[in-house]
Design a protein around this ligand. Structure first.
Ligand code: PAF
Length: 286
């Protein structure tokens, strides 16, 4: 696996793979990789001949009081994991390479609709930062397909919308969330948790599972379900940010008639904000 830091080197390596007739798969990341990222790279290696990953902690998607400075940088360990997962080329640009004219005057991509509410409401500017950096990375790599985790459900919806609306010839593939044995979704931010917080954290996913079971059993009083789940989260030491039931394709608030639902949660434990979601397809039980 080669590691390159400049767009020029990246383009040369991708052009060579293309000239050899290879399909290009791309996995953008911010590093501090775990088994969830490895699953994305493994999927890319199954679906494409040449796998490119990027590691770039994108300042444009962090708010002023967020964890940009303390976001873990673990390049050597990340390189090893990428190599084992089947990555061929790693792109690790610095901020100057990505934003040579600074960020203030940077052209930005804004995706209306799916980026509004949920994390879009709690983290103003976040999805504009994500959509902008992903568009830039797509233009640099020009992959045939790109893989993203379903753990960031709203992010995946934003990226699908931008690829559709900007006519990018890139297939977007969503990969299921990888979980610890106790159900906690793997996340780079789990590393911030104390032992006590880590043992409380699986409550988040359990509360989503309980909502899903109740809906499958016929319950449609969404407000009541959300309220009960948030009480459960508070009792476990969480400070709720949001917990919502949405229609999973459009991300509009769900109605009792909807068959494709997603339950999305964000909550703080200490200073750490965790997100998770559970998609639920009722078609089979109609
Ligand atoms: O999901 C992430 O790690 C980031 O939001 C992404 C897609 C790499 C853009 O910086």
């Amino acid at each position: 696996m080669n590691t390159v830091k400049t767009i020029r080197e990246l383009r040369a390596a991708v052009a060579q793979a293309r000239a050899e007739g290879k399909q290009i798969g791309f996995v953008p990341t911010m590093g501090n990789l775990h088994a969830g990222h490895a699953a994305l790279v493994e999927k890319a290696a199954q679906r494409a001949d040449f796998v490119v990953a990027s590691i770039f902690v994108n300042p444009l998607q962090f708010g002023p009081n967020e964890d940009l400075d303390k976001y873990p940088r673990t390049l050597a360990a990340d390189q090893q994991k990428l190599l084992e997962a089947g990555c061929h080329l790693l792109f690790t640009p610095d901020v100057e390479e990505m934003y040579p004219n600074g960020m203030a005057g940077q052209t930005r991509i804004s995706v209306p609709g799916v980026s509004e509410g949920l994390c879009g409401a709690s983290r103003p500017g976040h999805f504009e930062g994500v959509a902008t950096v992903v568009t830039k990375l797509f233009n640099m790599v020009q992959p045939d397909l790109a893989i993203f985790g379903q753990k960031d459900f709203q992010q995946l919806a934003v990226i699908r919308a931008l690829v559709r609306d900007l006519n990018m010839p890139i297939q977007i593939i969503g990969e299921p969330t990888v979980r610890a044995e106790d159900g906690l979704a793997l996340s780079s931010r789990n590393g911030y948790l104390s032992a006590e917080q880590r043992s409380a954290a699986p409550v988040l996913y359990r509360s989503l599972q309980e909502i899903a079971s109740a809906i499958r059993a016929g319950e449609r009083d969404f407000a009541r379900l959300v309220n009960a789940a948030q009480q459960q989260q508070v009792a476990a030491g969480f400070r709720p940010d949001y917990l919502e039931i949405r229609e999973s394709n459009s991300l509009r608030p769900a109605t009792p008639e909807d068959r494709h639902l997603v339950i999305l949660v964000a909550a703080f434990i200490g200073n750490t904000r965790l997100i998770d979601n559970l998609a639920l397809d009722l078609e089979a039980t109609r």
